[in-house]
Design a protein around this ligand. Sequence first.
Ligand SMILES: Cc1cc2nc3c(=O)[nH]c(=O)nc-3n(C[C@H](O)[C@H](O)[C@H](O)COP(=O)(O)O)c2cc1C
Length: 310
Amino acid sequence: MTTATLDPRALRDAFGSFMTGVTVVTANDASGRPIGFTANSFASVSIDPPLLLVCLAKTSRNFATMTAAKGFGVNVLSEKQMTVSNTFAKPVEDRFAAVEWKNGPHGAPILAGVSAWFDCSTNEIVDAGDHAILIGRVEAFENGAMAGLGFARGSYITPGLSSKAVSAAAEGMPLIAAVVERDGAVLLISEADGRWRLPQMELRGGEPLAALQDYLTGATGLAVEVGFLYSVYDNKATGHQHIVYRAVAEPGETKAGRFVPIADLPLDAMDNSATADLLRRFAAESALGNFGVYVGDEKQGKVHPYARKA
Ligand SMILES: Cc1cc2nc3c(=O)[nH]c(=O)nc-3n(C[C@H](O)[C@H](O)[C@H](O)COP(=O)(O)O)c2cc1C
């Protein structure tokens, strides 16, 4: 595509192919009230002097305040902070009401639980098309140990949680399953004894996501898009490791199983109690629009907060 035929939407999508982290850029307005917005345009610039940059859209409601502030903070979000990213990207009345924060040594609001933060003085503001480039001089910073949240092609990526799944895969021959959703219904496969299970396969090496995508498409004859990781657990009773993803199927007749509305899921007739527990959680989270990632065994584990449904 040349500049003569350049389609802004296509350009935005092409820019979005570049995988980034996610930050929340903060400052205080003239009355000391915290402001902030989600930004993935962060880049490190210079070590000596210590400089970084972030691009701010001129359409931002905070443009005047942000560019007038004596400094700003860059909070690098950890992979458990997807909801924080969403809060600071949406027109929420008080974005700071939902997070723990305090002012940093140079005065910019610093959020709790971030991977790293940089408290900066404003070094320079460069006018750049429909954005301004805020160049900050790092006055103070802290680098934590949390894995960072990733972002590419409009979706979040959680490298730490995903690698947990992959290292589980490396330790044995895990079962990879999916909660395949379509229009408020979940794909279940019937077993000979009248029980139901999720579509699943044994992973015999290779990359779990790609293998699952191929398996689901082949088994159902539908276009199936595999998305976020949903659960990683060891079933001590069977000795199997389970890795479960969420997936979405396109319309059409499925060759395998059937789509059962979430409200009618046969939780008492699932292949085992771990699948029933997983679907019970899925039903509850679907109603709320908030999903977590479960990491544990078949009886106990932790649900890490994850994504908010659009
Ligand atoms: C992952 C992600 C990255 C974003 N990156 C930027 C960015 O770099 N610069 C920007 O101006 N807006 C960015 N946005 C959009 C702003 O966060 C969003 O428009 C926000 O509502 C602006 O808030 P404000 O108008 O209150 O400043 C991003 C949004 C998301 C979800």
